[in-house]
Ligand binder design. Structure first.
Ligand code: FAD
Length: 380
């Protein structure tokens, strides 16, 4: 699809940067253009959980794509670390889901049976063994499920690592207050920026929750993506207190190596509003302290919000558009950090014209544009 040396990626979140890194490692020369702070937006705001089975991703093609991405993570991070010298703190020693009554435990049991049938390594934990590994959980915990091989990454470090890796390999990542695509009836030609026009053999729209609003994109190529707000807070907890990312009713807790304990996240349709609200913080604290009263005296060190790129059917938009030379890599909703390696690989394949059919389920064509704009964005 493109001549080597002329790929422009619009949007420098983890998705755009991961694609840029993959392409440049394959020999392309790549330019990434962002109208804001590179490696900011949702990619900075996320919790960094790598947990498709805990998240109960349902659509078969999406499950396969997420599982592939999870498998690719160690190799991908090793390549990024080799180029950047930055350790993104990848941890894949399991995710815990804690239950606080018999009905929740029963539901976890059924989930474990489904996963076992799909050969996913997981185990039901009795109350005593769960408390032995996660003693901070409250007195009312009745048991849990541990899914092996899932985990988390420090997504802010990942963003910095990708930026450094792109720079080290020679990809230009730049900010521009003007970002407007130039297209004719048949194909995408390039991007106007504040420094002039950049001609492109291929353009990848990786603008996250804003991907449907990029200037110059014809309406029939604009993905129906909508922002789904997530608020989070961080507590200062003793290092090692919480050993693994843990789901409790109404929230999840993700430990960072520096002792920060992230608590997330709300799921709200609030347009492009990124304020942190009293209700949002209350919801998170209420859920976390109900599960673990031991956290009540820790200081709140940070609160933030970000916008997930939601889609009408919960699937991302990946690959070609009706316009030659214009590709999409957006709509990753709750799992964009998880899906970064597989997205980078498959979009790089598509840019190189090696379409393996792997992105069939994620084409823009699956959704009639009119229908898509009329439908509500799913929260599932
Ligand atoms: C609170 C929260 C918790 C989350 N937790 C997890 C998690 O645990 N695990 C997980 O896998 N995922 C998680 N996610 C989802 C994940 O963060 C996103 O799916 C992912 O970051 C999307 O990456 P992106 O690069 O597509 O978008 P973004 O990171 O939002 O980047 C989009 C970029 O495009 C730029 N841009 C926008 N418009 C334009 C334009 N017109 N021209 C140029 N540039 C433009 C923006 O400035 C931005 O830099 C979470 C999200 C939130 C908000």
């Amino acid at each position: 699809m493109s001549r080597t040396g002329d790929v422009v990626i619009v949007g420098a979140g983890v998705i755009g940067l991961a694609i840029a890194f993959e392409l440049i490692e394959r020999g392309a020369s790549v330019r990434v253009i962002d109208r804001g702070e590179p490696a900011g937006a949702a990619s900075w705001a996320a919790a960094g959980m790598l947990a498709p089975y805990t998240e109960r991703v349902r659509h078969a093609a999406l499950v396969r794509f997420c599982a592939a991405s999870l498998q690719e993570y160690p190799g991908f991070i090793a390549r990024v670390a080799a180029a950047s010298g930055v350790d993104a703190h990848l941890r894949l020693d399991g995710v815990v889901h804690a239950a606080f009554d018999g009905a929740e435990l029963e539901s976890l049991l059924r989930h474990a049976q489904t996963l076992a049938a799909e050969r996913v390594d997981c185990e039901i934990l009795e109350r005593s063994s769960l408390l032995a590994s996660e003693p901070w959980l409250g007195a009312f915990v009745v048991g849990g499920l541990r899914i092996a091989g899932e985990g988390c990454i420090d997504n802010r470090r990942l963003g910095r690592a990708l930026l450094a890796a792109c720079a080290a390999r020679g990809a230009r990542v730049e900010r521009s207050s003007i970002v407007r695509l130039e297209c004719d009836r048949r194909r995408a030609l390039g991007v106007h920026t504040e420094r002039g026009f950049v001609a492109a053999g291929a353009i990848v729209n990786a603008c996250g929750a804003w991907a449907g609003r990029v200037d110059g994109v014809p309406a029939h190529c604009a993905p129906p993506v909508a922002p789904i707000k997530g608020q989070m807070i961080a507590l200062a907890a003793p290092i090692g207190l919480v050993r693994r990312p843990t789901w409790v009713p109404g929230a999840y807790l993700v430990p960072r190596d520096d002792g920060r304990l992230l608590i997330g996240a709300t799921v709200e349709s609030a347009g492009f509003d990124e304020r942190i609200t009293a209700a949002g913080v209350h919801e998170l604290l209420h859920a976390a302290l109900a599960a673990a009263p031991a956290l009540r005296d820790f200081a709140i060190t940070e609160s933030w919000a970000g916008l997930r790129p939601g889609t009408p059917d919960g699937l991302p938009f990946l690959g070609r558009t009706p316009l030659e030379g214009l590709l999409l890599a957006t709509g990753h909703y709750r799992n964009g950090i998880l899906m970064a390696p597989a997205t980078a690989r498959s979009i790089a394949d598509a840019v190189e014209g090696r379409d393996t059919g792997a992105l069939e389920a994620f084409t823009l064509a699956r959704i009639g544009t009119e229908e898509a704009f009329g439908r509500r964005i799913t929260h599932a």
